[in-house]
Design a protein around this ligand. Structure first.
Ligand code: GRG
Length: 290
C-alpha cells in the first residue's frame, strides 16, 4: 500500500473512533460542531501515534485512544485559530469554519470541549491499563498543548504581528517548535510512552519532522493551490509576516526541509526496518500538496 493510502486508511479509523466518542454526548449543536471539526484532516498526528505504538508492540485498539486524543486537540487548535480574534478564516479542510457554519460562541465551546475530550481519551482506562502510563500521557500532552508548547507558539506568533521588527530565523524556529512542533512531537513519542520505552529517538525524529512540516507549510502558503489545500493561502505574505520562505528564499527553504527530512530519518536507525512507515511519513511532509 502506498503511504498516502495507508495514511488515509489510518485517518479514517482514528476519525471513526473519535467521532464515536463524540457521539456518546447528547446531540447539542456543540457536539455536532465537534464531529464536524474533527473530520477531513490528513490525520498525520494520529498516524504518527499509531506507528510509534506499532513499533513498540502496543495494542492498536488501545493506541487508537491516544491517536484520537491528539486529533481532538489538533482540531480544537484549528477551530480557535480560525476565529476572527485569531487568524480569521472562513474555510478549513474545504468547508466553512465552525464560527461561520455556526457562530463564535459555538466555536469557542467546540474548541474547549475538544480539548477536554483529548484529555478524557488518554486518561480513559481503555487507552492504557496502567494508571501511571495514562498520567504520563496526560502530563506530556498538557505540556505539549499548553503555554510551554502550542499555546506559547501561537502567542508568540500573534505578538509578532504587532512587533516593531520582523522575527529572526532563530525566533521563527523557536515559535514553530511550539506552534506546530509540540503536538507532532507528542504524537511521535506517544507510542513509546504507551510501550514504556525510551522516547529520545522519536523526540529527535519529531523535532526535525516538525520543522520540515512547517517549512513545507510556508512553501505551500506561497505556491500551493487554495482549492486543493481547502483553505486560504498567501496569508503570511499578505500579512507581511516573516516565514522560513521569506527569510531563506524558496529554494534554500526547500533544501533545508529536505535536509531536515534526512535528519528525521537518521534518528530512526535504532528501530531498523520497523520504522519504514515513519520514514515514509517524513518524506510525505515535504511532498504534500495540502
Ligand atoms: C489556537 C492555541 C491555538 C493554537 C493554534 C495549529 C495552530 C495553532 C494554528 C493553525 C494555523 C497554522 C497554519 C499552523 C501551522 C501548520 C499547521 C498546524 C497546519 C495544519 O495542520 P495539518 O496540515 O492540518 O496537519 P489537517 O487539516 O491535515 O489536520
Amino acid at each position: 500500500m502506498s503511504f498516502r493510502a495507508a495514511l488515509k486508511t489510518c485517518a479514517a479509523e482514528v476519525d471513526a473512533h473519535l467521532i464515536a466518542q463524540i457521539r456518546t454526548h447528547d446531540p447539542i449543536p456543540v457536539v455536532e460542531a465537534m464531529a464536524y471539526a474533527v473530520a477531513g484532516g490528513k490525520g498525520l498526528r494520529g498516524y504518527l501515534v499509531m506507528e510509534s505504538a506499532r513499533i513498540h508492540g502496543v495494542d492498536p485498539n488501545r493506541a487508537l485512544w491516544s491517536a484520537a486524543a491528539i486529533e481532538a486537540i489538533h482540531a480544537y487548535s484549528l477551530v480557535h485559530d480560525d476565529m476572527p480574534c485569531m487568524d480569521d478564516d472562513d474555510l478549513r479542510r474545504g468547508h466553512p469554519t465552525v464560527h461561520i457554519k455556526w457562530n463564535e460562541t459555538t466555536a469557542v465551546l467546540t474548541g474547549d470541549a475538544l480539548q477536554s475530550l483529548g484529555f478524557e481519551l488518554v486518561t480513559d482506562p481503555r487507552c492504557h491499563e496502567n494508571a501511571q502510563v495514562r498520567a504520563e500521557l496526560a502530563l506530556t500532552l498538557a505540556r505539549a498543548s499548553g503555554a510551554r508548547g502550542m499555546v506559547l507558539g501561537q502567542a508568540l506568533d500573534i505578538a509578532a504581528e504587532s512587533a516593531a521588527s520582523q522575527l529572526t530565523l532563530e525566533e521563527i524556529t523557536a515559535l514553530q517548535a511550539g506552534k506546530t512542533g509540540a503536538l507532532i512531537s507528542w504524537s511521535a513519542q506517544a507510542g513509546a510512552i504507551m510501550g514504556q520505552a525510551e522516547t529520545a529517538p522519536l523526540s529527535a525524529y519529531a523535532d526535525a519532522l516538525g520543522l520540515a512540516f512547517q517549512i513545507a507549510d510556508d512553501i505551500l502558503d506561497v505556491e500551493g493551490d487554495a482549492e486543493v489545500a481547502g483553505k486560504r493561502l498567501q496569508k503570511d505574505a499578505d500579512a507581511g509576516k516573516a516565514t522560513f520562505v521569506s527569510l531563506l528564499g524558496l529554494e534554500p527553504a526547500r533544501a533545508r526541509a529536505a535536509e531536515l527530512v534526512d535528519e528525521a530519518i537518521s534518528a530512526l536507525s535504532v528501530y531498523g526496518d520497523s520504522a519504514d512507515e515513519l520514514r515514509a511519513a517524513a518524506r510525505f511532509v515535504i511532498s504534500r500538496d495540502t
